[in-house]
Write a protein that binds this ligand. Structure first.
Ligand code: GSH
Length: 218
């Protein structure tokens, strides 16, 4: 029997859900998935299910954890290898994960995660390009430290979970990226968990689609 449940929003769109789900899966937690179709604003079913009114929300072993980064930390307490082994590298990875959690607002607004949208070339405002430049610099520095192919090293960890939606955004909007970023995106996109998320998203019913998130962008 599952040891709990994770509440998630529509997989095509819910970038925060992807982060929490990846952390839970990377930690190997046995939890049931409760899917909620997002309304594209405030979703009554999300408000009813989650203490914060946001997904992801994890209930596990009597614990209630809302917020993607808190879920990542919880999972890493159970499986410490979700952060790097050395204190210095862990400090760096935590800063990197926190920067994603609290920042890159322009990228998030102008290149929203929408897995199957025709978005190539869209969203490239100056502020978005500045966010992307910073992300590439963070990835470059972190991959050099970790030895790659993931920010966490040989296997993905919390920092990778935090940036996973950025990888999907880059897949959709296809901004120019340096070679090392392209390699990181390829490693992430070919990871079985990222593939599984994408496959599940492809099976979501059309009634869950949010038209403004699906529209092709000229
Ligand atoms: N800081 C939160 C943000 C969570 C968040 O904004 N989730 C969105 C879905 S991606 C949500 O639940 N929105 C409310 C709604 O759509 O009703 C986290 O890291 O988990």
């Amino acid at each position: 029997m599952a040891q709990g449940r994770i509440y998630l929003g529509t997989k095509r769109y819910s970038s925060w859900s992807l982060r929490g789900w990846l952390a839970v899966k990377l930690a190997g937690l046995d939890v049931e998935e409760v899917m909620i179709a997002l309304a594209g604003g405030s979703t009554p079913a999300v408000k009813a299910a989650s203490p914060s009114g946001f997904v992801p929300y994890l209930e596990h072993d009597g614990n209630r954890i809302w917020d993607s980064l808190a879920i990542g930390e919880y999972c890493a307490e159970l499986v410490p290898s979700l952060w790097p082994a050395s204190r210095e590298d862990r400090a760096h990875a935590r800063a990197v994960a926190a920067e994603m959690h609290s920042g890159f607002r322009e990228l998030r607004i102008n290149m929203p995660m929408s897995l199957f949208r025709q978005g190539k070339g869209a969203g490239r405002t100056e502020a978005v390009l500045a966010d992307i430049a910073r992300i590439e610099s963070v990835w470059g520095e972190t991959l050099t430290r970790s030895g790659g192919p993931y920010l966490n090293g040989a296997v993905p960890g919390v920092a990778d979970a935090m940036y996973a939606p950025v990888v999907f955004r880059f897949m959709t909007y296809a901004p120019e990226l340096r070679l090392s970023s392209q390699h990181y995106c390829e490693a992430m996109l070919s990871h079985p968990l990222m593939r599984a998320w994408q496959a599940a998203a492809a099976l979501e019913p059309e009634s869950w689609y949010i038209p403004s998130m699906e529209s092709a962008i000229p």
